[in-house]
Design a protein around this ligand. Structure first.
Ligand SMILES: [Zn+2]
Length: 206
């Protein structure tokens, strides 16, 4: 099993930053790239406005081999989908941990400790990693915290659907294939809307 270097995130151009550069030239290819990947047999409910894949985040007992922190529990299908083509077939364990440590270069590690994948082996920026850009809150619809802030403070919006539709033509729900944890973001999204509402109203209460 090929495992790449493990260590602190180096100060260099990360894969998603390279992709971002490319996107400036090929501005509308991102969606096409996502949709032409294999693993299309995974749940892809692209029309739903109510996601049913939620539930509380779960963690696995095995710790990250690099930083020693417990990672979020992720099924192999999600990991396979998000790895680049070169590494996709190497995700053979059933359950992985998603390392959230900001400075750790590990993205996912196998529950049995046999192997891991680094942030260089995926094109998807993991929101909690230092320098993740764009750091999406909602991966399905590519919505960042700044986009939520704008929707709340400038446009006066108060729901996830309204904010997504401000930027996208429809609300997409495909968390199993797009979110690094394979989890629904609805709860986090709602929490951020609430924080931004408080902020925009200048509320000082806790
Ligand atoms: Zn780690």
């Amino acid at each position: 099993m090929k495992t790449e270097r493990c260590g602190q995130l180096a100060l260099k151009l990360l894969p998603w930053e390279r992709r971002h550069e490319r996107d400036v030239v090929e501005s509308n290819t991102e969606e096409e790239m996502t949709m032409t990947k294999s693993m299309m047999d995974l749940p892809m409910n692209t029309k739903s406005t109510t996601c049913t894949c939620g539930g509380p985040a779960k963690y696995i007992e095995t710790v990250c081999p690099c930083c020693g922190e417990k990672g979020m529990r992720v099924k192999a299908g999600t990991v396979r989908y998000l790895l680049t083509d070169t590494f996709r077939e190497q995700a053979v364990e059933k359950i992985y941990g998603l390392c959230l440590s900001p400075d750790c270069s590990v993205a996912w590690y196998a529950q049995d400790g046999s192997h891991h994948f680094t942030v260089d082996q995926t094109d998807t920026p993991i929101w909690s990693k230092r320098g993740a850009e764009p750091a999406y809150i909602c991966y399905c619809n590519r919505i960042t915290r700044e986009m939520i802030r704008h929707g709340v403070a400038v446009k006066g919006l108060r729901t996830m659907e309204e904010i997504v539709l401000l930027h996208r033509s429809e609300v997409t729900s495909a968390c199993a294939t797009r979110h690094p944890a394979g989890q629904c973001c609805e709860e986090t999204f709602a929490q951020i809307i609430a924080e931004e509402v408080k902020e925009s109203l200048g509320c000082r209460c806790s």
